[in-house]
Design a protein around this ligand. Structure first.
Ligand code: AMP
Length: 282
């Protein structure tokens, strides 16, 4: 694996790949890698791409400075893991490399999409995500971008961003990888206390239960109420549990109105904020 810290050196290497007509897939991450991240790289490799992974804890997407400060950082272990799955390139830039003072940045319009669900609780978060992904795409110039379903709304935001940029980059959404007990893998899971680690799988159990209720014909409002109560009873503090249209991400009142339906939730497990989602109808 090649490791680049400087955008110039990365750019030269990627140019060589393009000259040799090797297709390139980009997998942006914030590090503290786990099997979910590695699955994205493996999927891209299986699809025939050379893989470029970035590790960059992007300050502009953290609305809470304490969250940024506490974000786990494990660079040595990350490098080992990336080598173990045959990643082609790791880009490990500094903040100054990603955001030089003379950088001109595009502006995007996400309308309601950045204000609902995660956006309602993390103001400015998706602006920061779009800012960093567009900048990294500029540097990496990939043919494809692989992202996890775990961050469903993020994928929708990036899809919209690509459309606004008239980009030809292919966006691939990969399924969420879970621990054996159903908890969605996340870099934040290492910060769970043993008690909250035990309780946290209730999030996935609640999503699965919502899917069962959906199949049994319960109304969206009933499913939502039941789910919020189940999370609270388990000792979690849910911020939202919403049933939304899989394409527009707008809340649904009647299931018949939507071709695809996804249940999205965010809940605090002690000091750690966890998110998850499940397709109820695809
Ligand atoms: P992050 O490092 O949390 O910014 O995540 C980097 C990429 O990995 C994003 O596209 C995430 O959606 C994806 N990802 C994170 N956790 C998982 C998971 N458990 N399964 C699949 N993809 C994931």
């Amino acid at each position: 694996m090649f490791l680049f810290k400087k955008a110039n050196a990365l750019h030269l290497y990627i140019r060589q790949l393009h000259q040799q007509h090797f297709p390139v897939a980009f997998i942006p991450t914030m590090g503290a890698l786990h099997a979910g991240h590695l699955a994205l790289i493996q999927l891209a490799a299986k699809d025939g791409y050379h893989t470029v992974c970035s590790i960059f804890v992007n300050p502009t997407q953290f609305n809470d400075p304490r969250d940024l400060e506490k974000y786990p950082r494990t660079p040595e272990k990350d490098i080992e893991l990336l080598v173990s799955v045959g990643c082609t390139v790791l880009f490990l830039p500094t903040v100054a490399e990603v955001y030089p003072s003379d950088l001109e940045q595009p502006t995007f319009e996400f309308d309601y999409l950045e204000k609902i669900l995660e956006g309602a609780f993390r103001p400015g978060h998706f602006r920061g995500v779009a800012q960093v992904v567009s900048r990294l795409l500029d540097l990496v110039q990939p043919d494809a971008l692989y992202m996890g379903q775990k961050d469903y709304q993020q994928v929708a935001i990036i899809q919209s961003m690509l459309q606004q940029l008239h980009s030809t980059v292919k966006l691939v959404m990969a399924p969420t990888l879970r621990e054996a007990d159903g908890l969605a893998m996340s870099s934040r899971n290492v910060r769970l206390t043993p008690d909250f680690r035990r309780i946290a799988p209730v999030i996935f159990q609640t999503l699965v239960h919502a899917k069962q209720q959906f199949q049994q014909g319960y109304a969206p409002a009933e499913i939502q109420q039941y789910a919020l109560q189940k999370l609270i009873t388990a000792g979690l503090k849910p911020e939202y549990f919403e049933l939304v249209d899989g394409k527009t991400l707008l809340p649904i009142e009647r299931f018949n109105d939507s071709k695809s339906v996804v249940a999205c939730t965010a809940a605090w497990a002690g000091e750690v904020r966890l998110i998850d989602n499940l397709l109820l109808k695809s």
